[in-house]
Design a protein around this ligand. Sequence first.
Ligand code: C2E
Ligand code: MG
Ligand code: MG
Ligand code: MG
Length: 293
Amino acid sequence: TAKSDGGNAVVVCSDEMRAANDDHAEMEMHLRAAIRDGQLEVYYQPVVDLESGAISGVEALVRWNHPVRGVLQPDSFIDIAEAANLSGELGRQVLREACRQLAQWNAMISGTPLFMCVNVSPAQLITSDFVDSVAIELETYGLSGGSLCIEITERAVMHDLAHVLVTLRGLEELGVRIALDDFGTGYSSLAQLKVLPVDTVKIDRGFVHELGVDHDDLAIVHSIVGLADSFGLDVVAEGVDSGRAAQILLDLGCRYAQGFLFSPPVKSDRIAAMLRAGRRSSPPLRVTTLTPS
Ligand code: C2E
Ligand code: MG
Ligand code: MG
Ligand code: MG
């Protein structure tokens, strides 16, 4: 866009830029309507206990059922939501649906209840009523705080550390668990472990997917697991898409994993089917053949 003040401002706006702008404006308009009309859908990806192969929890991952473009991944609209001030409402809908679904699944299964992981955007995390809204959903669906895990990224913390800390302490009081998502990709991952009341680190899939091949990745994952251990934190590896990676993670002492090896994010009825089939992620579940070292 042009500067409105300068007399000799040069307007540089190619056709592509204009098209991208129009596209963005249109997406924003449609997203606003989609949120209003309930076109967002929550998919779930199993979080698997590597030792037993059982589904221990799930991560809620939002999708947008776009009438023309089909099912859209969050990377194509989360930033638009954030910029358009829609992430609060988007996040509320995801949190509510995830809590409702968790209560339903936990009523259906026996044994240890599942946990639910919900991603929260930087802006959503520091809205003044965030902790209250979490408390309300827990109460509404009769869930314990410990069955919910809120996933935050380093980006959120860099935004406004003081504010984030207040929120995280509020969540802590509710017994809600806190995970650092995409761990290891930021500038100050270690500093964050020191200052934040974190329970879980999620190893970014960038370090995981070539685990069987890349020695640097192996060293990094080994270090993260050791670090988490000494802080008394749980570790979840993301992006586990081979039995080899799963085996290495298990050998390194990483307890939980998510990835296409077990299941991609799926609709809620697929999760229900997996739970009915015995809390196993969808076949073939090669990890059950692994033996702990
Ligand atoms: P994330 O929280 O790190 O989620 C993990 C992403 O990795 C998901 O992408 C998942 O589909 C993908 N993934 C899982 N296993 C594998 C694998 O084995 N291989 C590969 N290549 N990918 C795998 P998705 O669903 O597209 O979500 C992308 C990001 O969007 C999420 O990253 C999260 O940061 C954000 N997001 C998703 N849902 C929400 C939400 O409700 N609210 C907010 N604020 N952000 C969300
Ligand atoms: Mg996540
Ligand atoms: Mg991640
Ligand atoms: Mg805690």
